[in-house]
Design a protein around this ligand. Structure first.
Ligand code: MLT
Ligand code: MN
Ligand code: ZN
Length: 304
């Protein structure tokens, strides 16, 4: 399985348009920003599955030749399907940017997210006037062979497990449902496995199941500490835990637990612009690297 980290930043990206923190300021000056959270995977290098569709999708697709159209003068795309791990704006807004598609795009998502995208955040309804999407519910029944719009197998099976988090902020009152999942993707031919958990409020049984023996774990690196947003957003800003993100460096945080999950390699993704891990010379970065964990970057590639 080919894996490309299209975007390694959390919602807002780096720099975030209205943020004057030191990471955002540095990124403006050295022109080394990060785009918002998304990954592309493919078994054959031709047909790709997007894991989340970010607001920066247009830039991400043009940055990777593997994802360019090969139509020879005609329109077309190697994007065969999308999987959403949650219904947050940073993981879904990119669907609007694929409205020119010639075929209905298959979009796999947890049941709660599929309902939200037809209601509180009505992307599916809006897109029905354009290319339309084909909603496919990702349940927890077991490995699901992923297919393109014509039902042709993509060579990758997907298992989804609900992780502890609340519904998105725009739908706090939504009825109980699954709004966030951890994914485990397995290549039919190579057996290579990717665990993809860009948002996790805890390292619980669901995360353990997804990550155990995985060749690669891409894990929630949103915040280093619980109160990180307060430094830039004031005392009213939510904590990491209130937002459903387990901080990396806090007591009881992910850094203590990730090395025990049994993944062969662990890379942090969905990193917020406030996170001191973004600074290459920070003590926090050194601590993560000493634990054998990698801070993800846009355009990192893996073969599993
Ligand atoms: C999250 O991952 O917690 C959300 O994307 C936050 C947001 O941008 O609203
Ligand atoms: Mn997010
Ligand atoms: Zn910032």
């Amino acid at each position: 399985m080919h894996v490309i980290i299209l975007g390694s930043a959390a919602g807002g990206g780096v720099p975030q348009w209205n943020c004057g923190c030191s990471n955002c300021t540095d990124a403006r000056h050295d022109n080394r920003g990060r785009t918002q959270s998304s990954v592309a995977v493919s078994a054959d290098g031709e047909r790709w599955i997007l894991l989340n569709a970010s607001p920066d999708l247009r830039m991400q697709l043009s940055a990777h030749h593997e994802l360019w159209p090969r139509g020879g003068g005609r329109r077309g795309s190697g994007i065969a399907a999308v999987i959403l791990t949650d219904g947050e704006i940073d993981h879904t807004l990119g669907l609007l940017l694929m409205r020119e598609s010639a075929t209905r795009l298959p979009v796999y998502a947890p049941g709660g997210v599929t309902a939200l995208l037809d209601d509180a955040w009505p992307l599916y309804r809006v897109l029905s006037a354009y290319s339309g999407v084909e909603p496919r519910v990702l349940d927890e029944a077991g490995p699901l062979p992923l297919t393109d719009h014509a039902g042709i197998a993509l060579g990758i099976c997907c298992s989804a497990t609900a992780v502890a988090r609340r519904p998105p902020r725009y739908a706090r009152a939504a009825a109980q449902a699954t709004f966030d999942v951890a994914l485990r993707l397995e290549d039919d031919r190579t057996g290579g496995t990717l665990a993809y958990v860009p948002t996790a409020g805890a390292i619980d049984a669901a995360v353990q199941r997804a990550a155990s023996d995985a060749d690669l774990l891409l894990f929630d690196g949103t915040f280093w500490s619980d109160d990180e947003l307060r430094a830039v957003g004031g005392g009213d800003a939510p904590t990491a835990r209130e937002m459903g993100h387990l901080p990396v460096g806090a007591p009881g945080g992910s850094l203590e637990q990730l090395p025990r999950l049994g993944a062969k390699r662990t890379v942090l993704v969905h990193i917020n612009n406030t996170n001191p891990l973004l600074c290459r010379s920070s003590a926090e970065r050194a601590q993560v690297e000493a634990a054998g964990i990698t801070v993800g970057e846009d355009a990192m590639e893996f073969e599993l």
